[in-house]
Design a protein around this ligand. Structure first.
Ligand code: PBG
Length: 283
């Protein structure tokens, strides 16, 4: 049987509300799907057939009109330490100011390095780097993948080890979304999907889905393949000031990615994650 073919692909560039709101902290604006709504409208109106999103911007539950096909091969999933004067979080002196508006990054910096200060930092990548270069911060933390994709690798002083900072669920992976029921496109676009990345990110997303993760909650989840082809999933829920922190790990076969996600959720719950999440949402 002949496979459906695509002879021409047109890129429809779009800016999302999440990209436009640069002055307020994401954790304050909230709202699920801030970075994907415009692309979903284009899908519904037929202006586009395939939407490509940053994995960490995709809500855990899509509207029934849409289908998440899977994820493309992952770029570096970790966070990057960016600074003009220092090598790493470990070498920052007491009182040094780290810029980030991510509750996940803030809580982990403060948990691991309580002698540091965290100050809000929003804006597009150039604005954020400009504020660092102005001397408003001694260092800032950004997704390594964002810098790499925009050709700014040289700004990465070091990738932050997962032991110091677990990345966001889906960070560094691009997710592919289509209209539900568009079977022919599903078949064509499925060839872009990386099954391994999709299992790893699927496992991470299970944690966020079950616990109601959002930008208002300091939550991290990171799955990797370990020796022998097994996978491991690590996740964390913390208080914004980093003083309380629950972590959990599970390891098993890749085909059990969903079960591993649920195992981590149940461990996080036993450790008091729900209480931390309720507190973060109420503040
Ligand atoms: N929250 C915004 C966002 N969504 C995806 C990325 C970076 C690229 C990626 O993770 O794929 C960023 C910026 C950042 O966190 O520094």
């Amino acid at each position: 049987m002949q496979q459906p073919e695509v002879s021409e692909v047109e890129i429809v560039g779009m800016t999302t509300l999440g990209d436009q709101i640069l002055d307020k902290s994401l954790s304050k604006i909230g709202g699920k799907g801030l970075f994907i709504k415009e692309l979903e409208h284009a899908l519904l109106e037929g202006r586009a057939d395939l939407a490509v999103h940053s994995g960490k911007d995709i809500p855990m539950q899509l509207e029934p009109a849409f289908k998440l096909l899977g994820f493309m091969p992952r770029e570096n999933p970790l966070d990057a330490f960016v600074s003009n004067d220092f090598e790493s979080l470990h070498s920052l002196p007491a009182g040094a100011v780290v810029g980030t508006s991510s509750l996940r990054r803030q809580s982990q910096v403060l948990a691991r390095f309580p002698h540091l200060r965290v100050e809000p930092l929003r804006g597009n990548l150039d604005t954020r780097l400009g504020k660092l270069d102005n001397g408003q911060y001694q260092a800032i933390v950004l997704a390594a993948a964002g810098l790499i994709r925009l050709g700014m690798n040289e700004r990465i002083r070091g990738v932050i080890d997962a032991a110091d900072m677990l990345p966001a669920v889906g960070q560094g992976a691009l997710g592919l979304e289509i209209r539900a029921g568009d079977d022919q496109l599903a078949e064509i676009a499925s060839r872009l999907v990386d099954p391994l990345t999709s299992r790893l990110v699927g496992s991470e997303r299970t944690v966020s889905r079950e616990l109601g993760g959002s930008c208002q909650v300091p939550l991290a989840g990171y799955a990797t393949v370990v020796d022998g082809g097994q996978m491991t999933l690590r996740a964390l829920v913390a208080s914004p000031n980093g003083q309380q922190c629950v972590t959990a790990t599970a390891m098993g076969s890749q085909s059990n990615w969903l079960e591993l996600g649920l195992e981590v959720v149940s461990k996080l719950r036993s450790g008091g994650a729900e209480r931390l999440i309720q507190a973060a949402l109420a503040s």
